[in-house]
Design a protein around this ligand. Structure first.
Ligand SMILES: *Cc1c(COP(=O)(O)O)cnc(C)c1O
Length: 363
């Protein structure tokens, strides 16, 4: 076995102990005589898995009792449509902050559906090199919610604060930073996240929604997108993404065994600091993100020369450091260092960066 350090932004690395346990249980789960993939989602064995996954996540994130936890299909992008359809009826209008591509897509999706939505803040003119500063007076007082993307996967930025929205529900896309550090769930009306960045394989989408927000769904909306229906059926209105939920359960167990989200944060800060400190200490590479908006999960950098950037990514891949090419829309490099990336992976990356800089002097 020769596993590489995989810096992919998603789908991305999973913890090795989780993969090993899944491999051990792949063909025969416990005494069930079958793989989790082969189980009816209504079977007692599977019901135990999904219930345990929810219980572990509640413990891990300290989710208050008045929030529902939903394990859905469709990816985070489906929630771009589901969010307005479930919530806008509260007041008839909603506000968005656009801090990168995904929040831009969420905003456009709501616009496309003909809703009264307003972009109240964007950092587009600065190439999204930081997140907006949002204050309460910027939000329309009768907005049904404010939507933000908490960690901007493509640009490598993150909100260093939770915007104060008063009694207006804050709806946040946490796809690329979920369970990377403790977060006060009670500050949000809705949190959603695709699983494939930091939680499980692709195919599962997590929605955490405050119960009082379940009553505003459009009457004509597709049942599959309606949070209330999913909540009333414990995510089993139809077949849930069974296998990713099972892997998510193993991931939650792995994090809890290490010491929970406080410990995860400590490990993630250590990895990110190592890389940012190196970036700040030299002038071959440049980190475009403003310091107070730096992501713990996605670290972007450039050499300033597109050809060198390309060479960097391809030589790094040959050295066992995979998927360091930046998003196709922005170029440069991006190292995604989610929970499963070991400290040694970041050390190996920095060693490679030093060698590359020494061997490829700029003209
Ligand atoms: C990857 C990502 C998405 C898109 O997720 P899908 O599951 O592919 O729909 C949305 N938002 C953020 C922040 C992401 O990182």
């Amino acid at each position: 076995m020769n596993r590489v350090y995989n810096f992919s932004a998603g789908p991305s690395m999973l913890p090795l102990p989780v993969l090993e346990q899944a491999a051990n249980e792949m063909v025969c789960y416990g005494t069930s005589g079958m793989s989790v993939m082969e189980m009816s989602h209504r079977s007692p064995d599977y019901e135990a898995i999904i219930k345990e996954a929810e219980a572990l996540l509640r413990k891990l994130m300290n989710i208050p009792d008045n929030y529902k936890v939903l394990f859905l299909q469709g990816g985070a992008s489906t929630q771009f449509s589901a969010v307005p359809m479930n919530l806008i009826k509260r007041t008839g209008k909603a506000d968005y902050a656009v801090s990168g591509q995904f929040s831009g897509k969420a905003f456009k999706e709501a616009q496309k559906m003909g809703y009264d939505v307003k972009c109240i803040a964007t950092t587009k003119d600065d190439n999204f090199d930081h997140v907006p500063t949002i204050t309460r007076d910027m939000i329309r007082p009768d907005a049904a919610y404010l939507h933000i993307c908490f960690n901007n996967t493509i640009y490598g930025t993150k909100y260093g604060y939770i915007p104060d929205t008063g009694d207006i529900p804050l709806v946040a896309d946490l796809s690329s930073c979920i369970i990377s550090e403790p977060i006060d769930v009670s500050k949000f009306g809705v949190i959603y996240a695709g699983a494939q960045k930091n939680m499980a394989p692709a195919g599962m989408t997590l929605v955490i929604v405050r119960e009082d927000l379940l009553d505003y769904a459009e009457e004509t909306m597709p049942t599959m997108l309606e949070w209330k229906t999913m909540a009333e059926n414990d995510s089993m209105y139809n077949t849930p993404p069974c296998y990713p939920i099972y892997i998510a359960k193993l991931v939650y167990e792995w994090i809890l065994s290490l010491g929970g989200l406080e410990k995860m944060k400590e490990m993630n800060v250590a990895k990110a600091n190592l890389l940012y400190n190196y970036l700040d200490s030299q002038d071959y590479y440049f980190a475009p993100v403003k310091k107070d908006s730096r992501s713990l999960m996605n670290v972007t950098f450039v050499t300033g020369d597109a050809d060198l950037d390309k060479k960097f990514a391809s030589e790094a891949a040959k050295a066992g450091l995979k998927n360091l090419k930046g998003h196709r829309s922005v170029g440069g490099m991006r190292a995604s260092i989610y929970n499963a990336m070991p400290y040694a992976g970041v050390e190996a990356l920095i060693a490679f960066m030093k060698d590359f800089a020494a061997n490829n002097p700029k003209a």
